[in-house]
Design a protein around this ligand. Structure first.
Ligand code: ZN
Length: 201
């Protein structure tokens, strides 16, 4: 999966050098990440119009915030920006692999098997639970230079894209957890209020 991610990131990110920031946990300028219970996480995100330097600045802030929190994905609403922008880096320890920046992503097809896999979220720190999602997706988006891109993804990358895209609709992974009793226990242990979950299953 890491290899797939590196090649996909390179293909779609020929100019990611324009948004890349040094990897690592020491990130000046990282932003506060909103956590479960914040209204910011429940707002639907607006499509990005023109992709310009302001958009790339936001992508840089998101990358810094993601690396500082040692995550592999972050969506703009998590730092309080209701815009359809997400960043992913499945190789956060590997300086040579560029991150993936996706603007206005749209799923055209999802398929393969439905797979259960443990997910976590920088907005619900410490909580890790099984979520069922399709294993393959076909997604279009604009990259950080505004160029249209179309990619197929599977495995961890597909899961990560779907998780981050949920944030753009105000959906959190805990909404998709079907094992409600384990969910309640986990949230209580980590100090979160289950009333902030909006169950979909
Ligand atoms: Zn998340």
């Amino acid at each position: 999966m890491a290899l797939d991610f590196a090649s996909l990131a390179r293909q779609s990110g020929r100019d990611t050098s324009s948004v890349r920031v040094p990897k690592g946990a020491d990130q000046p300028g990282s932003r506060v990440i909103h956590t479960l219970g914040s209204d910011e996480l429940r707002q639907p995100a607006r499509r990005v119009g023109k992709v310009d330097e302001t958009t790339r600045d936001l992508a840089r802030s998101m990358l810094r915030s993601m690396y500082a929190a040692r995550g592999i994905g972050l969506a703009a609403p998590q730092i309080g920006e209701a815009l359809q922008l997400l960043v992913i880096d499945l190789d956060p320890e590997e300086a040579a692999t560029p991150p993936l920046v996706m603007i206005n992503p749209t799923i055209h097809e999802s398929g393969g098997e439905l797979c259960a896999y443990e997910e976590g979220c920088l907005s619900i720190p410490g909580v890790y639970l099984q979520v069922v999602r399709p294993s393959r997706i076909d997604v279009t988006f604009r990259d950080e230079m505004g160029r249209p891109q179309r990619r197929k993804a599977d495995g961890l990358l597909a899961r990560c894209i779907l998780h981050e895209m949920d944030h753009l609709s105000g959906v959190l992974f805990v909404d998709r957890v079907s094992d409600h009793s384990t969910l309640e226990t986990e949230l209580a242990e980590k100090g979160f209020d289950r009333d902030h979950v909006r169950p979909m299953t």
